[in-house]
Design a protein around this ligand. Structure first.
Ligand SMILES: Nc1nc2c(ncn2[C@@H]2O[C@H](COP(=O)(O)OP(=O)(O)OP(=O)(O)O)[C@@H](O)[C@H]2O)c(=O)[nH]1
Ligand SMILES: [Mg+2]
Length: 559
């Protein structure tokens, strides 16, 4: 899809300028709030003294959202700081100057000079210097610096075992912060990770978006297996989105790494923006900040505003919870702002149950390669030579790290399970009657994550079991995928392609395959129609016949 509407006119370089508010606190806080450059426009917090206008100079919905967020964050900091002071009188005079509504350009966390381990920390000397020169917008906090050097520091604490970190953004909090969106005019770009399509889909996005138009962007397509036909994947995504009853303008298959599909999204954004602010929404770690970086990089070729914004772009990292506050970016020549937002943390993903040290392992780094069972190449533990040849996978259990166990209850002798997920998670197969003992002995050792025997005391194991019955009519195509939220998926082929020696025996009336899937309690599994990946995907994938009406209303896909 060609880039249609990017303007090539030159305009003065401009840094993002978040019209930051001044605050009046009734309890006369002793903390000093930084005086930042103010816009002439009235802000939401001027409302007490001055009515909010509605004309051209009124704050945009995006600006109100941004200011609202930072006012809450600053208030939190003041409360926290006041509490601390009761215990310990002011230790450091710079602490007084530490509360500010300016935020780190990398993660959106409010800047502070008191808690080194917390997000938003900057040393007081740098802070004062930048403040003096009105350059607070150019500060990258300590955590972001460490993240950009490959350190893994989560700032999301609380639920499900993340260690460290104090800021915890829940789906509810984010929804509340974005709740005004449904009443305003905005363009929503919703991101979904192709490796965790169901787990990262964020079905209730309409609650946030209201009647605003949504562009659906599928990220990380560079990770799909080699020779995958993106036309089949595009059709599959449109089908899945329609089934979830989500009305979208268009679907874009993209990679922020290889820049596939990025010009197409830019073109669509420019077409649909119509002066509105653009919000990038999605669950944690789907690649929102990376996508914004890719947008800016591509737009910068023709747009000096985007080129300028690139200097202070959001930080991306493999840790869910990188972006902690909304980040406003001046990215468009034609007006309207671009907003990066903190990811919504969904408790039903594997990322919510592992320790922070294990989070990087859950993120695939390179192109996925299906790992099939049974196969002579895979690691099989305690499997007697030839025993799996007669009965196939029946009565075997397959462990996907320590995170998933699949008991094969009833399949054909030729049935094959193919796993797509992070390469660093090992897969082991044992006879089901030995599976309990094997798991007890090997969890944290062979079966990782969770990693480290000594660290798994709190690990509750695979408490949730779901029996899955898969009906199939055509034994030559995969019957279904079973997707594990936050991890990946495995496809179930009644008669595995890799195992076919001659023509498959005709199966008169289809059949049924039965598996039991065990996962940690909060983790969700999804049974879905198989995602057509690899060369074989293009061969077995069937496009649905559409009526004229369906054809007309159906969103188109681009890459
Ligand atoms: N291979 C590949 N990796 C990607 C792509 N987009 C993002 N990533 C990686 O995915 C991880 C998460 O990316 P971020 O951009 O930080 O994700 P986010 O949605 O902003 O995450 P939060 O701020 O935590 O909500 C990082 O390790 C990125 O490098 C992509 O298109 N391809
Ligand atoms: Mg981010």
């Amino acid at each position: 899809m060609a880039l249609k509407t990017i303007s090539t006119f030159l305009s003065p370089f401009s840094l993002p300028n978040p019209k930051l508010p001044q605050f009046l606190f009734p309890n006369k806080s002793s903390l000093i709030l930084s005086q930042l450059p103010r816009s002439n426009k009235p802000s939401r917090y001027d409302a007490a003294v001055e009515l909010e206008g509605t004309g051209a100079a009124a704050p945009s919905p995006g600006e109100r959202f941004y200011e609202h967020h930072h006012s809450i964050e600053a208030a939190k900091l003041i409360l926290k700081d006041n509490k601390k002071k009761k215990k310990d009188k002011v230790k450091d005079k710079f602490l007084k100057a530490s509360v500010t509504v300016a935020s780190c350009y990398g993660c959106g966390a409010p800047l502070q000079t008191s808690e080194m381990e917390d997000p938003g920390y900057v040393d007081s000397e740098t802070y004062e210097l930048k403040k003096k020169h009105h350059q607070l917008r150019t500060i990258l906090c300590r955590r972001c610096r460490l993240l950009s050097h490959g350190n893994m520091i989560t700032a999301v604490g609380g639920h499900g075992g993340y260690s460290g970190g104090k800021l915890f953004i829940t789906a509810e909090e984010l929804r509340e912060k974005l709740s005004h969106l449904r009443h305003e005019k905005a363009l929503i770009v919703k991101l979904v990770d192709i490796v965790d399509f169901n787990g990262s889909f964020l079905s209730r996005v309409r609650d946030l978006a209201g009647a605003n138009p949504i562009i659906l962007v599928v990220t990380k397509v560079d990770l799909l297996p080699r020779d995958t036909d993106l036309n089949c994947v595009g059709d599959w995504v449109v089908e899945a989105t329609t089934r979830k009853k989500l009305n979208v303008l268009s679907v874009h298959l993209t990679s922020s790494k290889s820049l596939v599909g990025i010009t197409g999204v830019i073109s669509e954004i420019q077409k649909e923006k119509k002066g509105r602010d653009v919000y990038i929404l999605g669950s944690a770690n789907v690649g929102k900040s990376a996508f914004i970086n890719a947008l800016l990089k591509t737009m910068a070729i023709n747009d000096p505003v985007a080129a300028s914004a690139q200097r202070y772009k959001p930080i991306q990292s493999a840790v869910p919870g990188t972006t902690l506050g909304p980040i406003q970016i001046n990215a468009f020549l034609g007006g309207g702002k671009l907003y990066d937002t903190p990811g919504v943390h969904l408790y039903h993903r594997q990322t919510a149950v592992v320790q922070s040290e294990d989070l990087p392992v859950l993120a695939p780094k390179s192109r996925l390669r299906g790992l099939s069972f049974p196969s002579s190449q895979v690691v099989s533990d305690n499997v007697e030579e030839g025993s799996s040849k007669v009965n196939g996978l029946n009565s075997f259990s397959i462990f996907w790290g320590g995170l998933v166990r699949i008991d094969v209850l009833k399949v054909l002798p030729e049935t094959c399970l193919t796993f797509y997920g992070p390469k660093r998670i090992p897969i082991h197969m044992v006879p089901t009657h030995q599976a309990d003992e094997f798991y007890q002995k090997e969890v944290g050792v062979l079966l990782t994550p969770p990693s480290g025997r000594e660290k798994i005391e709190d690990w509750k194991g695979l408490e949730s079991e779901r029996k899955v019955q898969l009906k199939f009519e055509d034994a030559t195509r995969p019957a279904s995928d079973i997707a594990i939220s936050g991890l990946g998926w495995f496809s179930v082929e009644p008669i595995g392609r890799s195992l076919k020696t001659s023509e498959p025996k005709p199966i008169e009336s289809g059949g049924e395959l039965i598996l039991a899937v065990h996962v940690p309690r909060s983790v969700e599994i999804f049974v879905r129609s198989p995602l057509p990946v690899g060369k074989a995907g293009a061969q077995w994938y069937q496009y649905r016949e559409l009526t004229e009406k369906e054809e007309e209303v159906r969103p188109k896909w681009y890459f």
